[in-house]
Design a protein around this ligand. Structure first.
Ligand code: Z5A
Length: 211
């Protein structure tokens, strides 16, 4: 079977982790054991980067450092985990990928998209997902859900609503530009409804795998 890269994207509290669990069970029903990973993270180096970029004490981190750190983690994940898994025919479910950099560091922090695209070409080896599920949710709803989990806000979660509005707009713009790859899911629905819509979006890839 051909390896597939499925990425989950969305704003804070959109329900990516919840959907990831459901999709994993669904793929197992199809005898597919996916590799589950996340960004930033998924490797020892990436998890170290994650701790850095989310550390509320590092308030002075500039946008350029933040962007480069995201791609340092990504360069490692692509070479250490993603390419080998995909080359071996494995399916990969990844909680965030390069679209998050276009949305957060591009839309949110104002980094030029052509700079991010250049990093994508060499640092991320131009790796593109087969399918990106974008969980779209009003910013206020997502923030309420995230706050409901009861853990302290990280460095990025401490940003103002306007930052997250720009991120949402950047994600939706990217999805509109690449409709063949993106599936936008209405994340205001119940977890079961979101999962059902995601399963429908996966169907063509599952069918390709059996033909
Ligand atoms: N970041 C970046 O800036 N640039 C990059 O290139 C990359 C990342 C890759 C870490 O991401 C941070 O890194 C993130 C972007 C930045 N910063 N922020 N903000 P993360 O994915 O680990 O963190 P996150 O976006 O904050 O995700 P999250 O808060 O963990 O949310 P989630 O996984 O999307 O949601 P969840 O945990 O599944 O659900 C949240 C709560 O809502 C939970 O209590 C659920 O039970 C509940 N929930 C879930 N679904 C529903 C539905 N459908 N209805 C009602 N309630 C629900």
């Amino acid at each position: 079977m051909k390896g597939r890269l499925i990425t989950l994207e969305g704003g804070e509290g959109a329900g990516k982790s919840t959907l990831l669990e459901g999709l994993c069970s669904y793929l197992r029903l199809h005898a597919i054991e996916p590799l589950l990973t996340r960004e930033p993270g998924g490797t020892a180096l990436g998890e170290g980067v994650r701790a850095l970029v989310l550390d509320p004490a590092l308030r002075e981190m500039c946008a350029e450092s933040e962007l480069l750190l995201m791609f340092a983690a990504r360069a490692q994940l692509v070479r250490e985990k993603l390419r080998p898994a995909l080359d071996a025919g494995q399916w990969v479910l990844c909680d965030r990928f390069t679209d998050a950099s276009f949305a957060y560091q591009g839309g949110g922090r104002g980094q030029p998209p052509e700079r991010i695209a250049e990093l994508e070409r060499w640092a991320a080896d131009a790796l593109q997902p087969d399918l990106t599920l974008l969980l779209d949710l009003p910013v206020g709803t997502g923030r309420q859900r995230a706050a409901g989990r009861g853990h302290a806000a990280d460095r990025i979660e401490r940003e103002a609503d306007g930052f997250f509005e720009r991120i949402r707009a950047a994600y939706l713009e990217r999805a509109a530009q690449q409709p063949q790859r993106f599936c936008v899911l209405d994340a205001r629905q119940t977890p079961d409804q979101v999962l059902a819509a995601a399963m429908r979006a996966l169907q063509p890839l599952l069918e390709e795998g059996t033909t």
